[in-house]
Design a protein around this ligand. Sequence first.
Ligand SMILES: C[S@@+](CC[C@H](N)C(=O)[O-])C[C@H]1O[C@@H](n2cnc3c(N)ncnc32)[C@H](O)[C@@H]1O
Ligand code: SF4
Ligand code: SF4
Length: 300
Amino acid sequence: MKISALLYFLKFGLKTVLLKKQNPLIGVVIVTDRCNLNCRHCSVHNIRSVCYPYDQIVQAMTALYNQGVRVLIFCGGEPCLWQDGEKSLSHLIQKGKSLGFFYINVVTNGTLPLNLPDVDLIMISLDGDREHHNAIRGDTYDTIIEHIRTAPRANICLYMAINRINQTAIPSVCQLTQTLPNIKAVSFNFHTPYPDTVDLALTQDEKAACCRTIESMMDQGTPVLNLRSVFPHLIANDFPRPCAQCVVVEDGRYYTCGRCRESPSLCEQCGYIFAAEYALAFQGNLKVIVDMMCTYLKII
Ligand SMILES: C[S@@+](CC[C@H](N)C(=O)[O-])C[C@H]1O[C@@H](n2cnc3c(N)ncnc32)[C@H](O)[C@@H]1O
Ligand code: SF4
Ligand code: SF4
């Protein structure tokens, strides 16, 4: 990590924890809601099936930077499908770098070639072994693995959303993380039950069992980009929300924490572990702060 980034994050943390500032640090830009898949658990794809214009996205990136955001995440729909005339996602990443963001990440389904030379981290959604993943995401597992194998850089983090279909498949994703050299780590979320996917929600007991499995995989050496110190709060469902340090922008609209806030009472069942992690750390939970610093410095 660059010294300038480290100093910025430390200053941001001190201002947030000690002075109770509520500024954002992580900005998620939804570049399109268009998608080439129709995953069983997803409620946010192909609603209008549009790619938002380049100028509008750059305006949002500039506004986020001016608000203090330094970690930028491109998401969708499928962000690798984004284009505006000659411009592709790579141009947005280059623009983000020139604006001064410290880290630029992309969350992708991995079905398209991973040709993103300037990106810092590629989060590839993988929802289990071949059988479980394909039951959720269609017949895409082999294509994704091939794209990971042939990726130009070792800057990939697997990203698994755990639900009732794939809750037993955590160890296989962890094992893959340790097998393929281009994979740096794995990160988990629990299913967040939008009204049309309530049947996939885990009970608190099931979440507790998943946390125990992840902890045991951590103990066996899997690099997991989640914080063990937050697991008790996920199981008790007592973490603060919304997370003021995250902001999501789609089509010129800004949402603190996530778009999911629009759906009544969804936050009460939030499965987004990163939101719990940031909310607890920036509220001043010392155990979580130390865990976050150790985990991020070790893996990223
Ligand atoms: C909406 S997708 C967009 C990016 C890309 N299309 C992909 O699948 O990675 C971003 C992430 O959200 C996850 N996701 C979708 N619906 C979810 C839900 N209801 N609860 C938790 N995670 C969800 C997906 O599995 C994916 O990892
Ligand atoms: S690939 Fe991503 S955006 Fe597309 S349906 Fe699946 S989870 Fe949703
Ligand atoms: S707490 Fe944040 S991430 Fe979780 S459901 Fe609500 S808006 Fe979404």
